[in-house]
Write a protein that binds this ligand. Structure first.
Ligand SMILES: C=C(O[C@@H]1C=C(C(=O)O)C=C[C@H]1O)C(=O)O
Length: 367
């Protein structure tokens, strides 16, 4: 069964004049001055639709700054009144929801550390029943699409229809130049499942460092994301949390100026004709690719029968080493991204092993 979500289009709940939705603000509300001044400078850019700030901060270890809590809520009221912009805050418990709504927070978001826990998400969903507020859901910390989807289903189950996803990247244990590995494929899969669900890129949490913000924000735009959420602080180096990834409102304005916003389609007939011709060639090449893969698998299957009849193991480390090294080298020589060929061959090899194991086991069953 294909899952379905009743989601209202972004334009119906927030006006952006066809431009990407821009949410910006400090990682944490630290002081009334810091919050209101950051909000004021962001408003001045003329490109920000929503101000964000963390009030309750889930920190990995105790002892770090955990947010100002309730004390920051009146500052939010002031920042809202002064800028006229709506405000978004992370909530992790029913109490946070109650307080945020009491103080006029317009948009709630569920953080990555909450999305991982279905008990937590359900509690939030229950607290949202009967409340008419937009809810953004960050991807879970770990790359588990089902947890992300589950959070939307639980929140939708409470009757919330104004929803969007925030893609903030994943903690994978791999070393990467980014704080959280984007794994763009995850968001693409989410979009495949729920085409109507808006996706907002969070380059700040992917990057971890301000130097990477521009490239990540551009990538999100090139993948047709509906918006961006970016951490901005009047004095980033002195920020009480996430100092390295925040940038001043002015630097954020420059970053937005450098973003290339492209269209999903073009009405240019010459362009459309060229696309059609090239895509026909790609279709043809893909058919050949699949035929070649099938031919390779047929040989693998034959080899497996010999291995079975001669009591030889499926996995052959020396041969595998030779295969993946020579193919990676060839790929590189052909100008392909080396990791591409390596990754493809890892998948081919695992399938080859699966198929051969099947052939081996067919003997056991027949014996
Ligand atoms: C096909 C074989 O079995 C396995 C699969 C390989 C492949 O698909 O290229 C290589 C080595 C083996 O681990 C083989 O032994 O050659």
């Amino acid at each position: 069964m294909k899952p379905e979500l009743a989601v209202e289009p972004l334009e119906s709940w927030i006006q952006t004049d066809g431009k990407p939705l821009i949410i910006a603000g400090p990682c944490s509300a630290e002081t009334e001055e810091q919050l209101c001044e950051t909000a004021r400078q962001l408003k001045e850019l003329g490109a920000v639709h929503v101000i964000r700030a963390g009030v309750w901060k889930p920190r990995t270890r105790p002892g770090s700054f955990e947010g100002m809590g309730k004390a920051a809520l009146p500052w939010i009221q002031r920042a809202k009144a002064e800028t006229g912009l709506p405000f978004a805050v992370e909530v992790a418990t029913p109490e946070h929801i109650e307080l945020a709504l009491k103080y006029g927070v317009d948009i709630l978001w569920v953080g990555a550390r909450t999305t991982v826990n279905p008990f937590n998400v359900q509690e939030i969903a229950d607290a949202l029943r009967g409340v008419d507020v937009p809810v953004l859901v960050k991807n879970p910390v770990n790359p588990d699409l089902a947890l992300w989807v589950g959070a939307f289903e639980r929140i939708a189950g409470a009757g919330i229809t104004r929803m969007a996803a925030i893609h903030r990247g994943f903690s994978t244990g791999e070393t990467s130049k980014y704080r959280n590995v984007p794994m763009w494929q995850m968001a693409i899969e989410l979009k495949d499942m729920f085409p109507q669900l808006p996706i907002i890129g969070d380059p700040s949490h992917m990057a971890g460092k301000r130097a990477y913000l521009q490239e990540l924000a551009q990538m999100a735009m090139d993948l047709n994301y509906d918006g961006l959420i970016v951490e901005s602080h009047i004095d980033p180096d002195k920020a009480w949390s996430d100092a390295a990834q925040q940038l001043t409102p002015a630097a954020f304005g420059e970053m937005l100026d450098h973003l290339q916003i492209r269209q999903v389609e073009s009405q240019n007939l010459e362009f459309q004709g060229a696309m059609e011709q090239i895509r026909a060639k790609i279709d043809n090449i893909d058919r050949q690719l699949i035929e070649v893969l099938a031919a390779r698998m047929a040989q693998v299957e034959k080899l497996a029968e010999y291995k079975r009849d001669n009591n030889v193991t499926v996995f052959q480390p020396d041969r595998w080493k030779e295969v993946h090294e020579t193919r990676a080298k060839l790929g590189k020589k052909m100008g392909l991204y080396p990791e591409l060929v390596e990754e493809i061959y890892k998948i081919i090899h695992m399938e080859s092993i699966r198929k051969q194991t099947e052939v081996m086991n067919s003997n056991i069953q027949n014996a």
